[in-house]
Write a protein that binds this ligand. Structure first.
Ligand code: FES
Ligand code: FES
Length: 276
């Protein structure tokens, strides 16, 4: 397998055709990688368009840390890239070490009961994999730093911020996004309460709030104390507004819908627990 480095500038995109010619001549799988953050979207679009037009098969393409594999003939077989390093030799450019794409993995993610097979960079976040690779845009990217909770999803029933969770680390888990909360078209009690009690305004934080509330109520049912629980050695305390505010404090709402969110959680706590 041969490789070429593209850095997203116009001249590099023009090099793509030469690259495709060479790949076709060899009848082999070729790999391209690019430095993150420099025109990767344009480059990726160019790869998809030109490679397909040239009769190549795009085996893997990731827009977050740009990388794309294309293959002609025998080199286009599934698994031509798999888990093995795409390029093992680190490169230096302008005096600094450039991360290579030597760390991609083929993984399966089970989301809302459906299995998705992906080839991802090991550094790809679960949030980007869900939104960009799988197309579940319910989890929102607010801060991308674990601060706002907009990206909250459930991993085996426990809430996590998907912007700080690696996609490769979620393999094997049951992932639930807001799209998977309702069953058979029936809203869950917490979803119905958010609507009835006006628990949102713009709705940007709502998918994270809902997933967080479901996870939080499961934690409470399992007897977990919170930072405001007076006696952490006893059974789980009654849920009151202070407990809900503390337990939901990782989910920010820039519209300030907090009073209604707390009411919705309090009103539906028992029904949510019964619904599980
Ligand atoms: S986007 Fe993940 S916590 Fe803000
Ligand atoms: S409803 Fe707008 S950020 Fe929460």
């Amino acid at each position: 397998m041969a490789g070429v480095d593209l850095f997203g500038r116009g001249a590099d995109i023009e090099r793509l055709d030469a690259f495709l010619d060479a790949a076709r001549r060899d009848g082999a799988a070729w790999s391209m990688s690019g430095e993150p953050g420099v025109g990767k979207s344009a480059l990726l679009a160019a790869v998809a368009e030109r490679a397909t037009a040239a009769g190549a098969r795009v085996l893997r393409a990731s827009g977050s840390e740009f990388e794309a594999d294309v293959g002609f003939g025998a080199g286009a077989a599934d698994g031509a890239f798999g888990r093995r390093p795409v390029r093992a030799r680190p490169r230096r450019r302008r005096g600094r070490k450039i991360m290579t794409d030597a760390t991609g993995s083929a993984i399966s993610l089970r989301v809302n009961g459906v299995t998705h097979r992906l080839s991802v960079d090991n550094r790809r976040t679960l949030l980007d994999a869900l939104r960009e690779d799988i197309g579940h845009t319910g989890p929102k990217k607010g801060c991308d730093h674990g601060q706002c909770g907009a990206c909250t999803v459930l991993l085996d029933g426990r809430r996590v911020v998907s912007c700080l969770t690696l996609a490769v680390a979620a393999e094997g888990a049951e992932i639930t996004t807001v799209e998977g909360l309702a069953a058979d078209g029936e809203l869950r009690p917490i979803q119905e309460a958010f609507i009835r009690l006006d628990g949102f305004q713009c709705g940007f934080c709502t998918s994270g709030q809902l997933c967080s509330a479901v996870g939080m109520l499961a934690e409470h049912a399992a007897g977990w104390p919170s930072a405001v629980t007076a006696d952490v050695r006893g059974p789980a305390p009654e849920l009151d507004a202070a407990e809900v505010r503390e337990r939901m404090s990782g989910n920010l709402c820039r519209c300030g819908a907090y009073p209604s969110i707390v009411r919705a959680v309090l009103e539906t706590a028992g029904r949510e627990e019964a619904a599980r």
